[in-house]
Design a protein around this ligand. Structure first.
Ligand code: M6R
Length: 608
């Protein structure tokens, strides 16, 4: 999604802004731009494509100045062209960058056109800069003009504004899109996330919904949605959890796949004893666990798949009804909330617009409490939820979520066991589950050992256009996740089915061109799955089977076998995820796609 960086300093800020944009590249974007304010005016460069294209423009024509704003754009209104790239200008010396969507941009555009404003782009954003320009005609203070203009906007935004007439400050604001202030010594910054500013500061202020901030060299003044000045706490970034370079790996995604044993260990650390889940991990008061009678899980994308797995665990271990829903649907329907229902959100970023909107709606629906399982401690989701369980996976940069997913599953397993203990799980059963969890990092390590073998298999997918993933029970959501990974980064159309559904339709697709990836743990569904595989084999389909040795499956004419470690059945969904991540990674590499920043996708989906 769009990314914003803003800076004011005693030194030239252009390099700081460009470095900030490079650090935001992982979020996904299709064009970039920067505006620099100096004694002679506000000047900008904009370019379609990568931040490198913008850097090249600086080599042709250097822009120097001590204040500026910069942007990576992920197109929503209007194609990714230079004229639609931000910053947008009004009157030549007022420039603005924006992340979000202005829903009432059409009537505003008409009003502004009637006042004589000429639009240079197709974006919704351009109305904001003209509104501010118009407000400045009656209200000379940039801060007041911005506040007056924001009051007219419907939708979501984070913005940064510079004006040449006022070279002592820039103004930024957020409502519905993330924005953080970076505090320096005689220099201050804003950005869409902390990672964009770690090269200049480790001190941050997280803005609240509706905040407007006046940023000068030595002061950051924050006003809330009512215009009242507010003090917000400064937090210091913990560098030990930052891992933003690729190390020995060619792509972030592969580095993050290989980090999984370590981060799963970090997710469990301090949360299990020899034989128990330590409920203190949910905060000082874990009394809510006793009261839970139902669970509603709401999330998007990969996080939604993690929620689907948790439904199996919660219903099996705790015997409590659990529903799982994508946030974009949940937020727009009337939801019946039974008594004592836990509202549980899952999100890697904690900034996903639909998940945040669902949480805000849920707060008015009488839930028992709200729990967020999230990877980013400073995120809006964490700040707005009553309870949090952090996944501790460290920064995830690859757009395709990997370690965030397996740590979400680990955190969900901890949660499921903690709830189950209050619902009749015996001490002996709890102890066995805790033992299983403790062995998880080692099993993930063994699953990674199949990397070379999977790399060879990946070659066979290079010319495929479709793939089918099959799983049963808690492995069905893993099949869905495997198919999402493959389509996201290799652009191969992939679908997932519970294997029992094959003969109700998808079997019609099966022929020798259709790879069928089947997840076959050795559990009580094994014989059923083997029958499903026979149905495929009988129609010439090529089966890629991921199974443990005990299943007695192996390479055959129409079966390509990959061994997955034999584990306690509760761990199967987590361990079976690893080979599917490796498969999609290697297929993408064979196909030569942009693995870490696949086309059209964004890391943090901060707009609806
Ligand atoms: O940050 P979140 O977990 O809330 O993000 C939700 C989805 O946008 C995300 O999982 C998306 O599906 C990933 N690209 C999957 O790899």
């Amino acid at each position: 999604m769009c990314g914003i960086v803003g800076a004011i300093a005693r030194r030239n800020v252009s390099k700081i802004l460009i470095e900030g944009l490079s650090r935001l590249e992982y979020r996904g974007y299709d064009s970039a731009g920067v505006a620099i304010n100096n004694e002679e005016g506000v000047f900008s460069h904009r370019a379609v494509g990568k931040v490198q294209a913008l850097k090249d423009k600086f080599s042709d024509q250097l822009l120097d100045g001590k204040m500026g704003i910069a942007h990576t754009r992920w197109a929503t209104h209007g194609k990714p062209t230079e004229s639609n790239a931000h910053p947008h200008f009004s009157g030549g010396d007022l420039a603005l960058v924006h992340n979000g969507i202005i829903e009432n941009h059409e009537p505003l555009r008409l009003e502004l056109k009637a006042k004589g404003y000429v639009f240079q782009s197709e974006t919704d954003t351009e109305v904001i800069v003209h509104l501010i320009h118009d407000a400045l005609k009656v209200e000379p203070s940039l801060l007041n003009a911005v506040q007056a203009s924001l009051a007219k906007l419907e939708g979501a935004f984070a913005i940064g504004v510079v004006q040449n007439d006022d070279n002592e400050r820039f103004i930024a604001a957020r409502k519905g899109s993330p924005l953080v202030v970076g505090v320096g010594i005689e220099e201050n910054f804003v950005a869409s996330d902390q990672l964009a500013l770690l090269h200049v500061t480790d001190q941050f202020i997280f803005l609240e919904e509706g905040d407007v901030v006046d940023v000068t060299l030595d002061k950051v003044t924050i006003y809330d949605a009512q215009g009242e000045q507010q003090d917000r706490p400064v937090s210091v970034f913990n560098h030990s959890i930052d891992a933003t370079d690729k190390g020995e790996f060619r792509h972030y995604m592969m580095k993050e796949i290989y980090e999984q044993p370590k981060v799963i260990r970090a997710c469990l650390e301090g949360r299990i004893s020899d034989n128990k889940v330590l409920t203190s991990c949910f905060g000082a008061d874990s009394g809510f666990l006793k009261q839970i009678e139902n669970i509603h899980i709401v999330a998007c994308g990969t996080s939604y798949h993690a929620g689907m797995v948790a439904k199996y665990w919660l219903e099996e271990l705790a015997g409590l009804p659990c529903s799982v829903e994508v946030a974009s649907e949940y937020r727009y329907r009337k939801v019946a909330v039974p008594k004592n229902t836990l509202f549980l959100t899952l999100s890697q970023s904690g900034e996903t617009a639909d998940t945040l909107a669902a949480l805000r709606m849920a707060k008015s629906l009488g839930y028992l409490t709200t729990l967020a399982i999230c990877n980013v401690p400073s995120s809006t989701l964490v700040r707005e939820s009553a309870l949090t369980l952090l996944t501790n996976a460290g920064a995830e940069i690859g757009v395709a979520s990997t370690k965030a997913f397996t740590t979400q599953l680990t955190a969900l397993l901890l949660t499921s066991v903690a709830i189950a203990v209050e619902n009749g799980l015996s001490a002996q059963e709890e102890s066995a589950l805790v033992d299983a969890m403790r062995s998880l990092p080692a099993y993930v390590e063994s699953a990674l050992a199949e990397d070379e073998h999977i790399k060879k298999i990946a070659d066979r997918f290079a010319n495929k256009h479709n793939a089918l993933f099959l799983g049963r029970g808690a492995m069905f959501p893993i099949a869905l996740e495997g198919s999402l990974k493959l389509k996201e980064i290799s652009y191969i159309h992939a679908e997932a089915y519970p294997a029992g559904e094959l003969k109700h339709g998808p079997l019609a697709l099966v022929d020798e061109d259709m790879p069928i990836i089947t997840l076959v743990p050795h559990n009580d569904m094994l014989d059923k799955l083997k029958s499903n595989m026979q149905e495929v084999a009988a129609r010439g389909g090529e089966l890629y089977v991921f199974a443990d040795k005990d299943t007695d499956l192996h390479n055959e004419d129409n079966i390509v076998f990959t061994e997955v470690p034999k584990v306690d059945s509760i761990l199967e969904p987590i361990v079976h995820t690893i080979p599917l991540q490796l498969l999609s990674y290697h297929v993408a590499v064979v196909k030569g796609t942009d693995v870490d920043q696949p086309r059209n996708l964004a890391k943090s989906v901060t707009v609806e």
